[in-house]
Design a protein around this ligand. Structure first.
Ligand code: 15L
Length: 272
């Protein structure tokens, strides 16, 4: 590996986890965000730029060994905001990598790209059985992210790994997250695997911890080299005591996207 990994959205929740964890796995980090990253770490490079500024992004990508693209809006919002930050931003991240000669891009996709997909009657849900089925404008932006990644892999030969992240939080706080949690340590492990896998080409993989209650298949992520070391089940007793045992007939537990598939996320709640 030569050159730092350019991490966009570095001041955000996942960016902060990666800024701590990637250097421990031997990666130099070049952090980019629209705001200055708090508490800069020794040896880390810092850039303040907007991910939708293609010229600035291309400059930022020069000399990097890979781009990890996290920047954007991390939940539902208006179409104007989502399409600009998330779709234009992903285009700029990929195009900047291409222009700067960076061969690998890891994209922070989301389970919401296939949010309306239902829990299988038995067994685990493979990515191949979860085609684009967005649950929100946010989910549409993640479908577009995966489509742009596919284009740049096929047309320009970039290695592009799309991580369909579940719930990347410090700890699970809902009963749905007993299935969908991606722990901080596993977030680092998954991105590290996506950066190291030899010539992955284009991949789409679920990003969850090895949760006892998970129903998303991890074999595609494990084929990249990912090994989870966490399980949300240690939080189950407290969460079930507070919220009750999950009703698997409830859309929140029956569909990949959980609460994003409910009426709370209808468009009229997200008008400009
Ligand atoms: C996501 O993609 C969001 O970024 C995060 O805030 C959570 O809502 C997560 O999905 C989830 O599904 O729990």
């Amino acid at each position: 590996m030569t050159g730092p990994v350019l991490v966009t959205g570095a001041a955000g929740r996942i960016g902060t986890v990666l800024r701590g964890g990637l250097p421990e796995r031997g990666w130099a980090v070049r952090s980019l965000d629209v705001v200055a990253v708090p508490e800069p770490r020794t040896g880390e490079e810092h850039l303040v730029a907007d991910v939708t500024d293609l010229a600035a992004m291309t400059d930022a990508a020069r000399g990097a060994s890979a781009v990890v693209h996290l920047a954007g809006i991390s939940g539902e919002s208006t179409w104007a905001a989502i399409s600009h930050a998330n779709i234009e931003g992903t285009y700029c991240a990929l195009e900047a990598a291409r222009r700067a000669g960076v061969g690998r891009v890891v994209l922070a996709s989301s389970n919401h790209a296939s949010g309306y997909t239902e829990r299988p009657a038995d067994g685990l849900l493979r990515e191949a059985d979860a085609p684009p089925r967005p649950d929100t404008y946010y989910g549409v932006s993640k479908v577009a992210m995966e489509a742009l990644g596919s284009l740049y892999a096929d047309r320009y030969g970039l290695d592009v790994v799309c991580l369909r992240i579940g719930s990347a939080f410090a700890e699970p706080t809902t009963t749905r997250q007993l299935s969908t949690w991606l722990s901080p340590a596993d977030t680092v492990a998954l991105v590290d695997a996506a950066l190291r896998a030899p010539s992955p080409g284009f991949r789409v993989v679920w990003g969850v911890s090895d949760n006892t209650r998970r129903w998303w298949d991890l074999s595609a992520a494990e084929a990249l080299g990912y090994r989870s070391t966490d399980d949300a089940e240690g939080h189950a007793a407290a969460l079930v005591a507070a919220h009750g045992e999950p009703d698997l007939a409830d859309p929140v537990h029956r569909r990949v996207g959980g609460e994003y598939t409910t009426a709370d996320f209808d468009a009229e709640n997200f008008t400009a």
